[in-house]
Design a protein around this ligand. Sequence first.
Ligand code: FEO
Ligand code: CA
Ligand code: CA
Ligand code: CA
Length: 728
Amino acid sequence: MENKIDHDDIGYNDTPNEHFSEVLDKRISRRNLLRGSVASAISVMMGSATLTACGGGSDDAPVVTKPETPVPVEKLLGFSAVGKSLADVVTVPAGYTASVIYALGDPLTASATAFKNDGSDADFDNRAGDHHDGMEFFGLDSAGKPSASGNERGLLAINHEATTNEKLASFFIHANGGTNTLPRPAAEVDRETALHGISVVEVRKAAGKWEYVKDSAFNRRVTCLTECDLSGPVKGNALAKTKYSTDGSKVRGTLNNCGTGRTPWGSFVSGEENWSGYFTRGAADDAARGNDKSVAALKRYGRNQGAASRHGWESGGADDKYARWNNSKLGASLDGSDDYRNEMNGMGYIVEADPYNKSKNLRKRTALGRYAHESAAFGKTVAGQPLAVYMGDDSRNEYIYKFVSTATWSDADANPADLLATGDKYLDSGKLFVAKFAADGSGSWIELNIGNAAIAAYAGYKFADQADVLVNARLAADAVGATKMDRPEWCSVNPANGEVYFTLTNNSGRTVPDGPNPRTYEDMKGSSKQSGNVNGHILRVKEKDGNASAAFTWDVYLFGAQSDASPGLVNLSSLTADQDFSSPDGLAFSRATGICWIQTDDGAYTDVTNCMMLAGLPGSVGDGKKVTLAYGASNVDTFVGKTPTADTLKRFLVGPVDCELTGITETPDGKTLFVNIQHPGEGTANANIGDPAKYTSQWPGNAGYGAGKRPRSATIAITKNDGGRIGS
Ligand code: FEO
Ligand code: CA
Ligand code: CA
Ligand code: CA
């Protein structure tokens, strides 16, 4: 975003945790650097195998050569790269089709009316939410039963992260753009809260075309007011008690759901990311709390006293559903059971859902820690070994985490009768670790345990018990000296070798480079200067000894950069014009093809191109070389993966104006890829709500989907015209 606050770009980590080097003194400017290598030619191998039938038989009849349908030889990344673009469309390679199937406001019940998209629609509890984000496909067979091999029918579980606002109101869903002063009208707040949360929606292929099923009995909306269960060590803890749940067992809603994951037993998990900004605190709340330790915790998670909430939902009225957004100590109780002083302790988790059963509450898996979660990636399952879950905390200078289950994996749990009970088994008990990277390409996982002397004796916060360590995982990670990272977004495990990939999207707060976060530079976007790690990178980790390993090695798979940026300081991966990207965010490996899909959520290179999606065929940790970045007296060594070629990295899709690409899921056969277009038109000014000509995007209306010109977040289905797998 250029002209407004980026709600995703947040940082609260003021701890002096380690950096390897001194402040750099060398500055560089992207736009002033010489053009680098030009795009190399792309070789596209058209599959054409000629098969000749051999005659043979017992008689002397003439041999007849039967013509056969040529079998296409699949070449992954055989498509022609999509060029960078500022057009207000979705562009995919020649030979592919992308169609919109499910957009903001689409009705999810038989009785819900068609979305008018003019600001008059309400009833968003029965419609698609906004800002489609992470997403997973869960197959159904032709009879509508769960099926791991359903390729033409299934459920999409979709995060609805946020809604587009320049000021307080979500301006595309109110007729006049909404009310930007406090108090907010209850009717506006009710629409906006219902836009957040999760959808489960049935999709199917009918007459060769994907569509969603408006009246499916599976369709479900979970919002930021839907009751969820706390599960694991924090359930029932003193920190979880609220007026809504005096025993600390329940939480109202899931919020700012960003990345996703799929458990080895087939359930859906969703990360709660930038939830703290939705809450307000009174200007004198520190004193009201007696300046107790909760003040340090609230500050570490981004809520100083007097902090204003993103939308002002607390002002919607006297009802408890509005009051809960005020995180101040207002009651007289000692334990917080008469107000919402502890309400934020119920947000910030990995949340598990049974996508096939809408009668079951979501469960917040507190053993995995509380922070700004993105995706949750499971390490390869090995019978008899514990599970590993990899996660990132997306704020500037936050950390990378790993959860290791107490229970060891049983293959009998791959297809259980009760998904959430299986989740209880693997996700409610285990150890949480944080990553500490060393300059030599190694690293270690440090357990966040109340028994650790550095945590028990931490001067910044007095932990009461292990639940306190999990609720305040950032503080515990500070205590053990975890490595500050460049905004960890999604992670995914390469099915070929078990290595774990983490997108580090960018970091305007990176002033001191280190090995795993080695770049800080200046970059001009038009006349505005950006600094730090402007374009982001993709880190990867190789465990030394399986899921429970305490040690790992690392390198950088790719550095985001403009292709003509300095090859020695910025474009370290030598990206060509067919490969260059900025701010990697969504990342997932295809289980069908092994392709590493990379999506961007960028504000740095958007003067040249809209956000995009790339396909990669990576190697492994250590396949590249050590590189020294020259920062004057304080050079930094890093390890960069093998330089990609036109056969191993290629741009696959460019989205419409002001969107980000996010969400990656596929049918089991790899022949349909679903992705999300989030917040097209986000750069539109609030004042321009009455003039569609001034919307920066009119997608997907301009692509023929639905009524109206107001832009809408949406899911698209991508298929190959020859019926092949996506990415070939
Ligand atoms: Fe919701 Fe960090 O992106
Ligand atoms: Ca993200
Ligand atoms: Ca992002
Ligand atoms: Ca975003």
